[in-house]
Write a protein that binds this ligand. Structure first.
Ligand code: UD1
Ligand code: CA
Length: 486
């Protein structure tokens, strides 16, 4: 157990986020595959707190339901506190502490649910500074190029000690020139925090209980107030609108791609490559431009994906090549090739060195090693063996309008072009099917199935029915003996 393990982390997530102009609560907006609050919880989880409380209010049910999913990695589990009315960040922390019995012995870390770029490392530095310096409160600050909207850190001119935090709306012209800002992240002594919150007033421009006022209150009571300056100001950016959301996404995406590239992944165009935090790579994998990798997608050693591809929850095996493809919940075997222009839907399993070619859609289908579906086909609810070739323009007819049925094609089969496999149906190992067949009955191993109308030629039809036409003249010329120029 870490010496700096906090007694509690309180995450503030009750606000509506009006500036997002959205039906979705702000903290549930997505960034690289995780909600804003999900990122904050991941960072907070790295502190391994004894308690983790999220203060919810606006869209309470929706946010609480989401927390159950988002907080699965947190050892102590997540508790929620309810703030019925958003009376300010100080009031929100008060609600959080009430959930913990009103007060807590030890360190309480407060984080806002809208600072998704904050890292666990920075939180650990804050906690270490707080206990190392023996502070009553330590605020995480940063120097930013544009401090508009943030609370300003006011320091004593002589000693440099933090004296107060003044909200932008309440700041004087001189205070607004300060570029050191409040990140909204604090470490507090739990008991002193609870006492001070009882003294916070609402005589400010927003009529709210400001958490930031706790600093002045503690300082006036003679307690130590400290600050910890974040190394990278971009980490503490609070998301209030969608412009900031897009900027944060760019920063986080760059962070993830930089990490991947340093680990041996070639990202041809980081500007047009977008990844989720949950995506993993092996060495020498390559990502071409205009590619989105989402969810639990994994690129094994030497796998190559893109350009123009979107892969979600998809495993790409070693040395496989996926080009201009959309895939969701698929497994691509080692050295398989997919695309260009393929659509792999959930339950697709492609064997080693298999091939899914151009304009092919697959769903709930297992394709054996070395098997190819090269062109213009739909393969749904099927099991295909090894080293089989499915002819161009084939459809696995899996739906009778009411139920889905399964098709089995064996190993070393050669099915003709333009086949329909009307499920449920089985084609045995080593069987062939003729082009244009509609396969409705099982095909025994090693046989050739021909399931199409017999061709009938009605000779002289054009001459009789379309006399004098260009077709009739062409037919007549073709029927003359060569050299017969009469
Ligand atoms: C707050 C800080 C400001 C700091 C900035 C950093 C205060 C008074 N101001 O301002 O000094 O620079 O964050 O991003 O603390 N919330 C609640 N209940 C409430 C009010 C807010 O849960 O009653 C939550 C919000 O959901 C949000 C967080 O607290 O996650 C911050 O609230 P927000 O309104 O965004 O505060 P800022 O104006 O950004
Ligand atoms: Ca904010």
């Amino acid at each position: 157990m870490s010496a700096n393990r906090p007694a509690a982390v309180v995450v503030l997530a009750a606000g509506e986020g009006t500036r997002m102009k959205s039906a979705t609560p702000k903290v549930l907006h997505e960034l690289c595959g995780r909600s804003l609050v999900g990122h904050v919880l991941a960072a907070a989880g790295e502190l391994d707190p004894e308690n983790l409380v999220v203060v919810v209010g606006h869209a309470r049910e929706q946010v609480t339901a989401h927390l159950t999913e988002a907080g699965t990695g947190i050892r102590t589990g997540i508790r929620t506190a309810f703030q019925a009315q958003q009376n300010g960040t100080g009031h929100a922390v008060r609600m959080g502490l009430e959930e913990l019995g009103g007060t807590v012995d030890g360190t309480v870390v407060v984080v806002c649910g809208d600072t998704p770029l904050l890292t666990g490392a920075t939180l650990r530095t804050l906690a270490a500074t707080h206990s190392g310096d023996g502070n009553a409160v330590t605020v995480l600050t940063a120097e930013v190029p544009d401090a508009t909207g943030y609370g300003r850190i006011v320091r004593d001119e002589a000693s440099g000690a933090v004296t107060a935090i003044v909200e932008h709306k309440d700041a004087t012209e001189a205070q607004r020139a300060i570029r050191e800002i409040n990140s909204g992240v604090f470490a507090f002594d739990g008991q002193l925090l609870a006492d001070a919150l009882g003294k916070v007033r609402t005589d400010n421009s927003q009529g709210e209980e400001y958490l930031t006022d706790v600093l002045g209150i503690l300082r006036e009571a003679g307690h130590r107030v400290g600050a910890c300056v974040a190394g990278d100001h971009r980490e503490i950016a609070g998301i209030n609108n969608r412009v900031q959301l897009a900027q944060a996404r760019r920063i986080l995406n760059d962070r993830l791609l930089t990490e991947a590239m340093l680990a041996g992944v070639s990202v041809i165009d980081p500007a047009s490559t977008w990844v989720d935090v949950t995506v993993t790579f092996e060495q020498d994998s390559i990502v071409h431009p205009n590619t989105l990798l989402q969810g639990s997608t994994h690129l094994a050693e030497g796998a190559e994906v893109g350009p123009n591809s979107r892969l979600k929850d998809t495993w790409v095996g070693a040395g496989a090549r996926v080009d201009n493809t959309v895939a969701d919940g698929a497994v691509v075997g080692a050295q398989a090739t997919v695309g260009p222009y393929a659509y792999l839907r959930p339950g697709t399993r492609l064997g080693v060195k298999s091939k899914i070619g151009t304009y092919v859609e697959t769903k709930n289908t297992s394709i054996g090693d070395g098997t190819k579906v090269p062109h213009l086909s739909y393969v749904g609810d099927a099991t295909i063996g090894e080293f089989t070739n499915i002819g161009a323009a084939s459809v696995f007819v899996n739906y009778d309008g009411q139920d889905k049925h399964h098709t089995v094609v064996g190993s070393h089969c050669k099915t003709g072009s333009d086949n329909m496999f009307v499920a449920p149906v089985t084609v045995g190992d080593g069987a062939y099917t003729a082009a244009g067949s509609v396969i409705t009955k099982d095909v025994p191993p090693g046989s050739l199935a021909v399931a199409r109308g017999q061709q009938r030629n009605i000779e002289g039809w054009v001459a009789r029915k379309r006399p004098g036409s260009a077709s009739a003249k062409a037919a007549e010329a073709a029927s003359r003996e060569p050299g017969d120029e009469s």
